[in-house]
Design a protein around this ligand. Structure first.
Ligand code: C2E
Ligand code: MG
Ligand code: MG
Ligand code: MG
Length: 291
């Protein structure tokens, strides 16, 4: 332990606390620089329909690529960005890039679904959130129909009444809303039915737990709740064929995970879309629209 005298007070801290504080400050500075220098890049992970094997959408996932420290994982920098408030600017960069990429894929006739973008609690509670989103959509000439926002239970349970009104204004624009990491936070079932939601994402932890009967029952229950509330279900973090089979038996329509694809950079995702289109044209020539 070190002790520093500051006036009449002694501040005690140990080496690991000190190290952590230094690391946080370093990342904060890297993020400030990274925002100026365009070091935040968007990757996309496909969401696939289990039954048809078709792409139904994708999730935009931020990557922080620094020249000096290499790639810093969202698990490391997002919590710090949440605390410093930098997540607001980072979130808008991600939304802007996602809109730009999706607009291009739509124009190229490669895609006509929704892109899901994660929205942090800090962004969600901005008084001018809807205006900010409108501006970014308009700038990229992307209709709101193509956007889905993923929010966590914690974000909306903080002030559920306020959350309902924010969600209504987003929903009124045609933006879809998903609950991310469902089951890991503290959702109230009483409120769940009042939120204007479209999708519920089952957290990877539950998918991983499906090796036991209790674990399977748990996912079964979550899917049933979602369907009773007329929500679409997406299972996250699906890596194995057995998980896919079980999820299909449990009536989960959509999956996202390494089984189909890791998150891809925009050019890789373009190739993925082209391969998908090629496969669909071969499978269902009768559905081809002649323009
Ligand atoms: P999330 O929104 O729940 O995203 C899913 C995470 O699971 C992603 O991690 C994805 O790469 C990972 N994943 C997907 N399939 C698999 C799989 O089969 N196996 C394994 N092991 N992992 C899989 P990622 O990209 O590291 O992001 C972590 C979290 O950081 C996200 O969790 C989200 O909460 C946050 N995040 C990422 N991008 C953004 C963003 O643009 N804004 C905000 N606010 N948060 C973001
Ligand atoms: Mg997400
Ligand atoms: Mg998730
Ligand atoms: Mg997560």
């Amino acid at each position: 332990y070190h002790a520093k005298q500051k006036g009449n007070h002694y501040l005690f801290f140990n080496d690991s606390m000190n190290e952590q504080a230094v690391k946080r400050l370093q990342i904060e500075n890297l993020m400030r620089f990274g925002l100026k220098e365009d070091h935040f890049v968007v990757y996309y992970q496909p969401k696939m329909d289990i039954k048809t094997g078709r792409l139904v959408g994708m999730e935009a996932l931020v990557r922080f690529i620094t020249p000096k420290k290499g790639i810093i994982s969202p698990g490391v920098f997002i919590p710090i960005a949440e605390e410093t408030g930098q997540i607001i600017e980072i979130g808008e960069v991600v939304l802007d890039k996602a809109c730009k990429d999706v607009k291009r894929w739509i124009d190229q006739d490669l895609f006509d679904g929704r892109v899901a973008v994660n929205l942090s609690a800090k962004q969600f509670s901005l008084p001018d959130l809807t205006t900010r989103i409108d501006i970014i959509l308009q700038k990229n000439q992307l209709p709101s129909y193509f956007l889905e926002l993923e929010i966590t239970e914690g974000t909306i349970m903080d002030d559920p009444q306020e959350a309902i009104s924010i969600m209504r204004s987003l929903s009124a624009r045609g933006i879809h809303l998903a609950i991310d990491d469902f089951g890991t936070g503290y959702s109230s079932l009483a409120y769940l039915k009042q939120f204007p939601l479209n999708t519920l994402k089952v957290d990877k932890a539950f998918v991983d737990d499906m090796t036991t009967e209790r674990g399977r029952n748990m996912v079964d229950s979550i899917v049933t709740i979602a369907h009773n509330l007329e929500l679409h279900v997406v299972a996250e973090g699906v890596e194995k064929a057995e998980q896919l089979t079980t999820l299909e038996q449990l009536n989960c329509q959509t999956i996202q995970g390494y089984f189909y694809s890791k998150p891809l950079c925009a050019s890789e995702f373009t190739a993925f879309l082209k391969a998908q289109k090629h496969r669909e044209n071969e499978q269902t020539p009768q559905l081809k629209v002649v323009k």
